[in-house]
Design a protein around this ligand. Structure first.
Ligand SMILES: Nc1ncnc2c1ncn2[C@@H]1O[C@H](COP(=O)(O)OP(=O)(O)OP(=O)(O)O)[C@@H](O)[C@H]1O
Length: 261
């Protein structure tokens, strides 16, 4: 497979890891509900960071802020050195090109083939030629194990296959960061492993930065450089997966893990 059409070059030993995402004192309220409370954290380029924590603790809200689907009430968010709020529409469009997101629901275009689902945004948003976008899409379909499905329609695929197409579609834009929001939560249990294997492979074989919300603790342990434990809108504990899963310091983290592991 020609490496220049892959989403990111293979791991580059010694590549400097600058900061890609920074949240400073970010507060988000919905009415009287303070969901994020002066939240600080950062993600370095090329790192895989996983957010864990109880339901309703604000994990998805962080991803939606980064996608500019929501605005913070206070604080600053920067992506690759550019502030997200305030930013002009043009700046927001530029920042959003750097971010790929995969949601719980696959949201594929039902009337397009798998290949077209993947090539559409590179052609219409990045202005790439159909040939180049098609070549890249075929490489990505190889990567997610669906080379034989390129002419299928989404409805002919299982949920797990549709989610793998959604992952390929996000990577087709060559984002610097991939946001993953509970991407296996809507899948039948027997389809979860295939999707997680694809993501493990992407984490291992590319330089892409990942910020991941998941309830799959085994997966979090496998791919993460850092795990952030959230509670009530704050990071209450952060560390390597070994530390968080084996020697958590906070009683709240221990309580959460004993409920989910
Ligand atoms: N658009 C919205 N309007 C009002 N409240 C919202 C909105 N979006 C989220 N919330 C509330 O914000 C809180 C945090 O939600 P969020 O989805 O970020 O949590 P989470 O940690 O991702 O939870 P889960 O693990 O269940 O997905 C919840 O109390 C939720 O009800």
């Amino acid at each position: 497979m020609p490496t220049d059409t892959l989403p990111q070059p293979g791991k580059t030993p010694g590549k400097p890891a600058g900061e890609l995402i920074r949240l400073e004192r970010v507060t988000k309220r919905f009415g009287t509900n303070t969901v994020l409370d002066h939240l600080d954290f950062s993600v370095d380029a090329g790192k895989h960071v996983t957010l864990i924590g109880p339901s309703g603790s604000g994990k998805t809200t962080i991803l939606r802020l980064l996608m500019t689907l929501l605005k913070p009430d206070e604080g600053t968010i920067t992506v690759d050195g550019q502030q997200l709020f305030p930013a002009s529409d043009k700046q927001v469009r530029e920042i959003r090109k750097k971010i790929g997101m995969v949601f719980q629901q696959f949201n594929l275009f039902p009337n397009m083939t798998v290949l077209r689902n993947i090539t559409e945004a590179p052609v219409t948003v990045l202005g790439m030629s159909r040939d180049e976008a098609g070549e890249r899409a075929r490489d990505l379909l190889d990567l997610v194990g669906l080379a034989d499905k390129r002419d299928a329609r989404p409805t002919q695929l299982s949920g797990g296959q549709q989610q793998r197409v959604a992952i390929a579609r996000a990577l087709a834009m060559r984002p610097q960061v991939l946001l993953l929001d509970e991407v296996t939560s809507a899948l039948d249990p027997e389809l979860v492993a295939g999707v997680l294997d694809v993501l493990r492979d992407i984490a291992r074989s590319t330089d892409i930065t990942m910020l991941c919300v998941t309830h799959e603790m085994g997966f979090a342990r496998d791919i993460s450089d850092q795990v952030l434990m959230f509670d009530s809108g704050r990071v209450i504990e952060a560390g390597s997966p070994e530390k968080i899963f084996s020697e958590p310091e906070q009683a709240r983290t221990r309580e959460f893990l004993s409920a989910v592991l």
